[in-house]
Write a protein that binds this ligand. Structure first.
Ligand code: HAM
Length: 462
C-alpha cells in the first residue's frame, strides 16, 4: 500500500536525513600519495651521490679531529627564536612550530647550531679539551618557497668548534669547507669572507649604516624599508637591483672594526693567503642568522651568471653560548647544504660512490640444496666474501645467465649430490673450468682463487 503524505510535508521537497554515523564509524580521508610540497624522497638511484657525500664529509671530519654528535630534530621553539633572532626570515617566516599534546611550544630544527650549543651547555662539554670539535648531519626544516636548490626539508653537514678564539681556527674551518667540496670533485669554487665585527664595534657601524640607508629610504624595496627598522645589515644582502645599487655605496663593516676585530680579520686573511684558498672579500656578506660575530663566510660554486645558491656558509658566534646561559665560549662553524652540493656534483659530472661488486655467484639446484644455500650464503658473507644469488630462480641455466650478467669471476654450484657429499662445485667463469671443493675448505679456496684475502673493498679513499 502506498504511504500517505502527511499534511506537514505535503508539497515540500523531502530531504532524506542521513542516518547518523554509528559511534565506531569514521570519515575515511583518502591517502594522498605524495610527499609534502618542498620535500623529496631520496631514491636508490640518487644514493650513490649521497653515499659519496657522506663518506667524504665523515672522513674529513675524522681527519680534522671532529667527533660526531646527533641531536633531536625537535627542540623548544625558544631555543631557535632567541639564538637565530627575531626579525630574521628563518624565525619570522620559516619555522615549523607546533604545540605538543603536553602543551610545549616546539619547532622542527631550522638549523643545527642552536641545538649544538644547547647540547654543549647541557652536557657540560666546557670541561673537555679545547677546541671541542663537533660534526653533525641530518635534516633541517624551513617553510620556504620551494624551487631548485631550496626545499622545505633539506639536509646539512655541520662542522662546529668551541673554545678557541685564534683566527687560525677560522682559517682551518674554511679550509675544511673547501676540502669537502674539492674532494667531491667540485673544482670551481669561490669562498666569500667578511667580518661583521663584535657587538661593540657593530653598534657604531649599524648607526652609521642606518643613517646612510635612511637617506636612501625611497630607493629601497618594500621589504628593505621594513628591514631598516629591525635588521639594516640584511639590506646589504638584498638581491633586488635597486637595493644592490644603494648597498654598493654603503659604509662597509670592515672599515669600522675595532682593533681586536680588525687584527682578527687581517690575520685570518694572511692564513687564507698562506693556504692559497680561492677567496674574495665580500663586504656585503652578512648571513641570515643573528648570532654571528667577526668572521662570516660562504662557499659558492663557480661564478656563473644566474646562480644564486650558496653551497654552504658559516662564521664565528663567540657570544652565543654565553647568551644562552653557558660560560663565555668563543665558537665557529659552518654548514653545507647536501642537496645543493649534490646538484652541483651532478652538474660538473663528479664521481659518485661505486659500491663493491660481488665477484662470486651462488647457484643452487633442487630442494635440499636450496635449503642449504641460505646458510652457505651467510657463511661466505661472514667471511667478507661478497656473493650474489638468485634464489627465486629454479633452473641452473637461468641462474648462470644472471651470474654472467653480473660479470662474476666464480660461480658456486650446490646440487643435490654436492649437498649430500658436503662439497660445492666452483666454476671459473672465464675459463669454464670446474672443481669440486669440500665445504670446509671453500672459504680459503675462494679467497685464494680471487687472489686476495681482502676480497671486499669497503673503503674507497679519496
Ligand atoms: P645557512 O646558510 O642558513 O647556515 O645554511 C647552510 C646551508 O644550507 C646553505 O648554504 C645552503 O647550502 C643550505 N640551505 C639552507 N636553506 C636551504 C633550503 N631551504 N634548501 C636547501 N638547502 C638549504 C646555517 O644553517 C648555519 N647554522 C650554519 C652554521 C653552522 N653556522 C655556524 N655553524
Amino acid at each position: 500500500m502506498p504511504k500517505l503524505k502527511n499534511k506537514k510535508t505535503a508539497g515540500k521537497k523531502i530531504v532524506k536525513k542521513k542516518a547518523p554515523l554509528a559511534k565506531t564509524e569514521k570519515i575515511v580521508e583518502p591517502i594522498i600519495l605524495q610527499t609534502l610540497r618542498g620535500m623529496k624522497d631520496i631514491l636508490p638511484a640518487d644514493q650513490p651521490y649521497w653515499e659519496q657525500l657522506r663518506r667524504v664529509t665523515e672522513r674529513l671530519a675524522r681527519d680534522y679531529g671532529f667527533s660526531r654528535i646527533d641531536l633531536p630534530v625537535v627542540e623548544y621553539s625558544n631555543l631557535f627564536i632567541r639564538s637565530i633572532g627575531e626579525g630574521t626570515d628563518i624565525v619570522d617566516k620559516e619555522m615549523y612550530n607546533f604545540v605538543t599534546r603536553g602543551g610545549d611550544k616546539v619547532s622542527l630544527r631550522p638549523e643545527f647550531t642552536a641545538g649544538i650549543c644547547r647540547s654543549y651547555i647541557q652536557n657540560g662539554m666546557n670541561v673537555l679539551a679545547k677546541p671541542v670539535k663537533l660534526f653533525s648531519t641530518g635534516s633541517v626544516y624551513r617553510y620556504d618557497r620551494p624551487q631548485e636548490g631550496r626545499y622545505r626539508e633539506h639536509h646539512q653537514v655541520n662542522y662546529d668548534a668551541f673554545g678557541e678564539q685564534d683566527p687560525i681556527l677560522d682559517a682551518q674551518m674554511i679550509q675544511v669547507a673547501h676540502r669537502v667540496v674539492q674532494s667531491l670533485g667540485i673544482k670551481s669554487v669561490q669562498i666569500q669572507v667578511n667580518s661583521i665585527g663584535c657587538p661593540v664595534c657593530r653598534k657604531d657601524y649599524i648607526e652609521l649604516l642606518t643613517n646612510y640607508l635612511e637617506s636612501k629610504r625611497n630607493k629601497l624595496c618594500q621589504n628593505c624599508k621594513k628591514r631598516l627598522e629591525i635588521s639594516p645589515l640584511r639590506i646589504l644582502d638584498c638581491k633586488e637591483d635597486k637595493c644592490s645599487q644603494v648597498a654598493a655605496n654603503a659604509p662597509q663593516s670592515i672599515d669600522h672594526l675595532c682593533e681586536d676585530c680588525r687584527v682578527h680579520f687581517k690575520t685570518l686573511l694572511e692564513y687564507l693567503d698562506e693556504l692559497d684558498l680561492p677567496y674574495i672579500i665580500n663586504p656585503h656578506l652578512v648571513r641570515g642568522l643573528d648570532y654571528y660575530t667577526k668572521t662570516v663566510f660562504e662557499i659558492w660554486s663557480g661564478l656563473e651568471e644566474g646562480r644564486k645558491n650558496s653551497l654552504g656558509g658559516g662564521g664565528r658566534y663567540d657570544k652565543l653560548i654565553k647568551m644562552m646561559g653557558g660560560e663565555d665560549t668563543p665558537a665557529i662553524g659552518f654548514a653545507l647544504g647536501m642537496e645543493r652540493i649534490i646538484l652541483e656534483m651532478k652538474r660538473v659530472q663528479a664521481k659518485s660512490y661505486k659500491p663493491p661488486k660481488p665477484r662470486v655467484f651462488l647457484a643452487q639446484l633442487g630442494n635440499l640444496a636450496k635449503k642449504k644455500s641460505l646458510k652457505l650464503f651467510s657463511e661466505l658473507e661472514k667471511n667478507a666474501i661478497l656473493v650474489a644469488e638468485s634464489f627465486g630462480r629454479g633452473s641452473l641455466k637461468s641462474q648462470l645467465k644472471v651470474a654472467n650478467r653480473l660479470g662474476v669471476e666464480l660461480t658456486l654450484i650446490l646440487g643435490q649430490k654436492e649437498t649430500l657429499d658436503g662439497t660445492v662445485i666452483v666454476k671459473n667463469m672465464t675459463t669454464g673450468v670446474q672443481e669440486t671443493v669440500s665445504m670446509d675448505k671453500l672459504v680459503d679456496h675462494i679467497k685464494k682463487k680471487l687472489k686476495t684475502d681482502n676480497v671486499v673493498i669497503y673503503h674507497n679513499h679519496n
